[in-house]
Design a protein around this ligand. Structure first.
Ligand code: KIV
Ligand code: ZN
Length: 386
């Protein structure tokens, strides 16, 4: 059975760049955008053109450069924003305007001092206006995660009628539980007229650490686009991490969902974003963290040396990591020491290993990690003749 495609909408250069302390210049954005295109993302959200002349220029230059992906610019439901975005996107082979407005009662009352009816009017007007510039118009219902489903369905129906091609259902505050977010998608699928003509999109924030789980719940319940960033960077606790959702879909083929991502470029792309943005990922970060394929306890190392699948569900080369790492620490056993010693040129017999192992433990108790140079020293300090 052929798999359904989930479009990957990368917003590293827009929502990702909203991370505090990070500023990319146009050159850096171009390098990252080109890599995202190579990676196989379907849509690159290049920026928010009305926000500054620099952002306008970046979106314009990215539009000229990108060969395959759709290039998208964000706007509020404001005419001027839409005009400026259309201008910045005019060189794009496949331009998309991403317009929208807050739909939760909290946004309607506190941000807009408005009413539900007036918000629908603004949403419809902005989609129609964007449609006068480009064919592909995505609408976002900001804070959809906390928007009542009935009203959200009314907003969606109205913007579909106005010509929206993609409906973005953001959990802007990272509030939803996976069951809740999945149920929201299902509700829209079942209750909005015309929903089958458009693509439903997940846009999840990570305030409760649920962005990835919510995005997966979204696609399991009918969404076919995930908005995400490399390394999950973004406002506050960040956005859904691209590398995580892509590998989840790949590792669970029974979901029958697939992406166009060349996963072998994931690690390198993560490093590129770290270097340009200066925002590091924690060592235990899934897929791209320094320890994602590192094994340090004796029991795990022994299992790994016998068969990698014992403790690894992903072959590291699939994401562009050369090999798994067996880290030598005071928790390591004989099997790991023999394995690493062999890698640096010592094929120890069982008797030699018994002699070297206690010396190794003495060293290891004083250091966080035993590196190759230490192995040479340890063997020199023993009576083993290699
Ligand atoms: O989180 C959000 O709601 C957004 C929208 C502007 C799409 O980033
Ligand atoms: Zn967002």
């Amino acid at each position: 059975m052929s798999k359904d495609k989930v479009q990957i909408f990368d917003t590293t250069l827009r929502d990702g760049e909203q991370v505090p302390g990070c500023k990319l210049n146009t050159e850096q954005k171009l390098v990252i955008a080109e890599r995202l295109d190579e990676l196989g993302v379907d849509i690159i959200e290049a920026g928010f053109p009305v926000s500054s002349p620099g952002d306008f220029k970046s979106v314009e230059e990215i539009s000229k450069l990108i060969k395959n992906a759709t290039v998208c610019g964000l706007t509020r439901s404001v005419k001027k924003d839409i005009e400026v975005a259309a201008e910045a996107l005019k060189y794009a082979k496949k331009p998309r305007i991403h317009t929208g407005i807050g739909t939760s009662d909290s946004h309607i009352l506190h941000k807009f001092n408005s009413t539900r009816e007036k918000i629908i009017e603004r949403a419809v007007d902005s989609v129609k206006y964007a449609k006068s510039f480009v064919e592909d118009v995505e609408f976002y219902a900001e804070d959809a995660g906390r928007t009542d489903n009935d009203y959200l369905a009314q907003v969606c129906e109205a913007v579909i009628k106005a010509g929206a091609t993609v409906l973005n259902i953001p959990d802007t505050t990272g509030y939803c539980l996976p069951e809740e977010y999945g149920a929201k998608m299902k509700y829209l699928k079942e209750n909005v007229k015309g929903i089958d003509k458009v693509i439903l999109s997940c846009h999840c924030h990570n305030d409760l650490g649920l962005a990835t789980a919510n995005s997966i719940a979204g696609v399991v319940n009918g969404a076919r686009q995930i908005e995400c960033t490399i390394n999950g960077i973004g406002e506050r606790a960040g956005n859904t991490a691209l590398e995580e959702v892509v590998m989840i879909l790949k590792q669970h083929p029974y979901l029958n969902l697939d992406t166009n991502i060349n996963t072998q470029l994931l690690y390198d792309t993560s490093q590129m974003v770290i270097e340009n943005m200066g925002i590091y990922v924690q060592p235990n970060k899934a897929i791209v963290g320094a320890n994602a394929f590192a094994h340090s306890s004796g029991i795990h190392q022994d299992g790994m040396i016998k068969n990698k699948k014992t403790y690894e569900i992903i072959d590291p080369t699939e994401v562009g990591v050369t090999d798994s790492a067996i880290i030598l620490t005071a928790r390591s056993g004989r099997a790991a020491l023999a394995y690493r010693a062999k890698k640096v040129g010592y094929d120890l017999t069982k008797i030699q290993l018994d002699e070297v192992y206690p010396i190794f433990l003495n060293f290891a108790d004083k250091k966080k990690e035993i590196v190759d140079m230490d192995i040479h020293l340890i063997i020199k300090n023993s009576s083993v003749d290699c």
